[in-house]
Write a protein that binds this ligand. Structure first.
Ligand SMILES: [Ca+2]
Length: 291
C-alpha cells in the first residue's frame, strides 16, 4: 500500500500508465521516414518512447514489430534504400516505473523514391548500396589520401574505375591528416546531347563527421549549382564502410538535386565538389540521372 500512497502523493492515479503521445506525424525523405510526436516528458517521468512499425496496417504491437526506442520526441527510421517503402507506426510511452501507455493511433507513411530508382542513369561512380567498400582507399585508408589523391580525385566516366580513381573519403579544412585545407573531387561525364527531361545529381553518403559535417559546393562546367550543408553523421565512416550491418554506428545521408539545364552541354561535362568548410564525408556512390 506504500506504493499506492506514494503515487497518490504524487498526484497519480493507481494503475494509470503514462498518456499516449499526441500528434504523431511522419515526413517522407529519401531512404527514410522521420517520425515526430508530442509527449509529456515529466508527468510521469518518461523513460523512453518505443516505436513499433510494420509494412502491414493494423499490425500487432510486440517484440517482432519493435523497431526502435528513443528518449527524444522524434525517431528516424532509416537505411531503407532508394525504393519507396510503405510503413505503419504506433508509439508507446514507457515511464520510469516501467508503466506503458496505450499505443498511439496508427500512422501510415512512406519513404520518398530516389532518382537513382525513378530516373535513368547517365553516369555513375560506385553502387548505391550504403557501402563505401567498392571505392578507392575504402574502408579505412584515409591516411593515404594525400599521396594517392594530392589534387583530389579526377574521375572520367567510362575510363576511370571506382576502386582505383574515386576516393571513398573527401576531407575538409578541419582534417589535419589531409593537410587542413579545402579539397575538390572532379567528376567528368559525357553527354551526346542535353537531356530533354530533368537532369538530377544524386550523391549518397555512408557517413559524415558527427559535429563538423561541413558543406559541399557544387559546380557544373564552372557554373555554381548549389552549396549544400551536409548532415552530421556518426564519425565512424572513416574507419568502416558497411552501413547495412546490424547496429552500425554509421549514419547515411542523401543529396539529390536538379542540375540546371543551361549549365549542361553536349560533350564532356565537369562536375566539381568542393569542400571548403568542415571535416570529411565518405561516399556511397554518386551519379547523374535523367527523368
Ligand atoms: Ca556504395
Amino acid at each position: 500500500m506504500t506504493t499506492l500512497s506514494r503515487r497518490s502523493a504524487l498526484g497519480l492515479t493507481a494503475g494509470r500508465g503514462p498518456r499516449p503521445v499526441e500528434r504523431l506525424r511522419a515526413a517522407s525523405e529519401i531512404g527514410r521516414i522521420r517520425l515526430t510526436w508530442k509527449g509529456e516528458a515529466y508527468e510521469p517521468l518518461v523513460d523512453h518512447y518505443a516505436v513499433y512499425g510494420s509494412k502491414s496496417p493494423g499490425f500487432a504491437i510486440g517484440p517482432d514489430t519493435l523497431i526502435g526506442k528513443t528518449v527524444y520526441g522524434f525517431f528516424v527510421h532509416d537505411r531503407m534504400g532508394g525504393r519507396r517503402q510503405d510503413w505503419h507506426y504506433r508509439v508507446v510511452v514507457v515511464d520510469a516505473a516501467g508503466n506503458r501507455s496505450r499505443p498511439s493511433a496508427e500512422i501510415s507513411a512512406h519513404s520518398a523514391e530516389s532518382v537513382t530508382v525513378s530516373g535513368k542513369a547517365l553516369a555513375t561512380v560506385g553502387n548505391f548500396d550504403h557501402k563505401t567498400l567498392e571505392l578507392a582507399l575504402a574502408p579505412a585508408g584515409y591516411a593515404q589520401y594525400r599521396t594517392r589523391f594530392p589534387n583530389g580525385p579526377d574521375y572520367t566516366y567510362g575510363k576511370s574505375s571506382p576502386g582505383a580513381d574515386w576516393a571513398y573519403i573527401q576531407p575538409g579544412p578541419s582534417d589535419s591528416w589531409a593537410g587542413s585545407k579545402a579539397s575538390r573531387a572532379t567528376f567528368r561525364f559525357p553527354l551526346e546531347s542535353v537531356p530533354t527531361g530533368e537532369t538530377w545529381l544524386a550523391i549518397w553518403l555512408v557517413d559524415t563527421h558527427a559535429s563538423l559535417a561541413g558543406t559541399i559546393k557544387l559546380a557544373l562546367n564552372g557554373t555554381p549549382v548549389r552549396e549544400v550543408k551536409l548532415e552530421n553523421g556518426g564519425t565512424r565512416g572513416s574507419l568502416e564502410g558497411d552501413a547495412t550491418l546490424p547496429g552500425t554506428p554509421l549514419k547515411p545521408s542523401y543529396v539529390e538535386l536538379p542540375l540546371p539545364a543551361a549549365a549542361l552541354k553536349a560533350g564532356e561535362n565537369v562536375l566539381t565538389i568542393d569542400k571548403q568548410i568542415g571535416s570529411w564525408h565518405v561516399y556511397d556512390a554518386l551519379g547523374v540521372f535523367t527523368r
